[in-house]
Write a protein that binds this ligand. Sequence first.
Ligand code: GSH
Length: 215
Amino acid sequence: MILVGQFDSPFVRRVAIALHHYGLPFERKVLSVFKDFDAMRRVNPLGKVPSLILDDGDTLFDSRAIIDYLDGIAPADRRLAPAGEPERRRVLRTEVMGIGLAEKTYERGIEVNRRTARTRDVDWQARLETQVTSVLSWLEARAPSPWFHGQEFSRADLAVVVAFQYLSRVVPHLAGHDTYPGLAAHRRHCEALPAVAAVPDSPDEAQASGWKPET
Ligand SMILES: N[C@@H](CCC(=O)N[C@@H](CS)C(=O)NCC(=O)O)C(=O)O
């Protein structure tokens, strides 16, 4: 399998961590959605990452769809979502919040980094930051101990930890570890897992494709 995308993307990292967790070997094709836009669209017509090129030649798009597929073929004792209800719907609900947190953080980055001060929409930026802090409060209130649901690391934990790591790198003042002690402890528990530790958030890959930290 070939995973397309960079490890500064929380969505690409989600898939890579899941592949490590399942013990599935993969190669990586490092393409940037900005620098390599034409090559990217030859893999995914949307020009988005992640994509996963399967051994039979099929290509899957979107981290949630990819992890859904991988979880379906994983051995039962490695699956990242429970089969039974109501546990399953609760894991998926928290996963949606984690993915949404990463999406809103990413959208805010586009607003701030890819526009000039004159064209930036400050009201839109404020709305995005409200969405980010609102989700953080919702997650913090669920007090993961150490996992969000049950006794094992799940898709919920995976989505939240990569989003929180990403937010901590790109907008550290919105991710105060004193403000969100439950999420900070959750992050430490997740980072102690070999699969998470194997795929560090990569500011190097971000900077190589033109990203600059906010000043
Ligand atoms: N919901 C998608 C989000 C993927 C996403 O937004 N990826 C960003 C990179 S971090 C992207 O491809 N951006 C380019 C674009 O939206 O045109 C997923 O979970 O895979």
